[in-house]
Write a protein that binds this ligand. Structure first.
Ligand SMILES: *Cc1c(COP(=O)(O)O)cnc(C)c1O
Length: 446
């Protein structure tokens, strides 16, 4: 990796944290911004680059969140910023449904090239991950003439009406927001750390879900099975080997559209263009967003041409979908990922994480599981010597790390998972320092 940084890559907490400017902004915020949108950190951002976020009071914190797996190429990647500026100077928007432009086509071609499978593919673009998921389901329903959609335990697919129905966790995502969409069925996931039978294979876990689908719905009634190849918000759950291939095989037998939601795991995050490659599956449709455009809002679906083309002209779209500035950012982001081999960089981060955390797990008894792939890795925390989830300690560790200047996010159905999503352009030194801080916070709370 050959990356130059605009901001000094150094952690630096000077004085009160949050400082006076952040506290002032928090007061203005509480008067003006709806409480329904909450923030993980009490500090407000002034600048960000590489692995560093600088707040309005001049504190520099190490970023292990990437704005939730978005800024993989950095939050102010020079090349992406230049592409955005150049496109914005020409035209910011015309609407692809009114007067189309080349970038959209080029990005569709690129997605077809880098996504798994050699079949003919097509793509459509939207603005958010949720919208991509919604559209994958629209396509699957039209293509199959069926209605039922299957999602899994611990799944996260978004916050719009259909996608919050697909999302597993009630609080905070669904509580009070009903009625939710109908014809959604939830199936048991493969969650190796929390299986009742610890010896169950991935294939057996798939058969368990298949039996439930046959009994509760009927294979010939299902339009789509949607699953994250590595679950994100649900706890960075990597299913047992063989789980996804068996599900995908059964879906094909039953004429069901297999949708891989790669909104979080895609675009080098898991150590390949797409996590599906690592899991040995070729999905019919892949949803993409988060890391695709270096921070610009863009999402899409890429999938079998005949599936996507089953929708009548005008059936898919949206005013801003595939916005030219966001598309320019995506093209540059993908180019940067290729040139810098950021998938390889994600695998390096994975190795450093596992080496360090395995050693730590031998030392403390509150680490239940360490898992993940690439730069999408996590630590599941439990009450010492048990498998009982410990959300409180998890929160405390994240808070302690933050107080020391390292941004760490938590996740998981039980709120007991520390997840690391560093920008892929973070330097080794800064990453090692962040690991040290995290290890110290875990030890202090063990
Ligand atoms: C974040 C996420 C979504 C939703 O994306 P938004 O852009 O927030 O709408 C959907 N699926 C997965 C797997 C995600 O991680």
């Amino acid at each position: 990796m050959d990356v130059t940084y605009r901001i000094t890559q150094k952690r630096d907490i000077n004085g009160a944290f949050p400082g006076t400017k952040s506290i002032e902004l928090a007061q203005r915020r509480s008067a003006a911004v709806a409480t329904g949108v909450s923030s993980a950190l009490p500090v407000y951002v002034a600048d960000a680059d590489g692995g560093i976020i600088v707040d309005v009071d001049g504190n520099s914190i190490i970023d292990l969140g990437s704005g939730i797996a978005v800024t993989s190429v950095g939050a102010s990647n020079e090349k992406v910023a230049a592409a955005v500026a150049a496109q914005a100077a020409r035209f910011t928007h015309t609407c692809f449904m009114v007067t189309p432009y080349e970038g959209y086509i080029e990005l569709a071609e690129k997605l077809a090239e880098i996504s798994p499978g050699t079949h003919a593919k097509k793509a459509v673009f939207f603005n958010s991950g949720s919208e991509a998921v919604e559209n994958a389901i629209k396509v699957a329903r039209v293509a199959t003439g069926r209605q039922a959609v299957v999602a899994f335990d611990h799944a996260y697919h978004g916050r719009t009406n259909l996608t919050m129905g697909l999302t597993a966790k009630a609080a905070p995502y669904k509580r009070g927001f009903g009625p939710l969409a109908s014809e959604i069925y939830r199936m048991p996931m493969s969650y190796p750390y929390r299986e009742e039978n610890p010896n169950i294979t991935g294939r057996e876990a798939a058969e368990r879900a298949i039996l439930a689908m046959e009994k509760q719905i009927g294979g010939d009634q299902i339009a789509a099975i949607i699953i994250e190849p590595i679950q994100g918000e649900g706890g960075f759950i990597v299913p047992a080997e063989g789980f996804l291939p068996r599900l995908s095989e059964w879906a094909t037998e039953q004429g069901i559209v297999f949708v891989a939601d790669e909104v979080q795991a895609g675009f080098c995050r898991a150590g390949a263009w797409f996590a599906s490659e690592i899991e040995g599956i070729v999905p019919d449709i892949i949803t993409v967003a988060k890391g695709i455009a270096g921070g610009m809002p863009l999402s899409g679906i890429v999938g079998r041409a005949e599936l996507l083309d089953s929708v009548h002209p005008g059936g898919l779209g949206g005013t801003y979908g595939g916005n030219p500035v966001a598309v320019a950012a995506a093209l540059e982001t993908i180019k940067f990922m290729e040139e810098q081999d950021l998938a390889g960089r994600a695998r390096e981060i994975e190795e450093q994480f596992f080496t360090r955390m395995r050693a730590l797990a031998n030392e403390v008894s509150i680490i239940g599981d360490i898992r993940g792939r690439g730069a999408m890795v996590a630590i599941e925390l439990v009450k010492a010597g048990s498998t009982e989830p410990d959300a409180e300690t998890t929160k405390k560790i994240a808070a302690d790390a933050l107080a020391a200047g390292v941004l760490i996010l938590t996740c998981g159905t039980y709120g007991n998972v520390i997840r690391l999503l560093p920008p892929l352009v973070i330097g080794d030194e800064l990453l090692a320092e962040a690991f040290e801080v995290l290890e110290g916070a875990i030890r202090a709370n063990a």
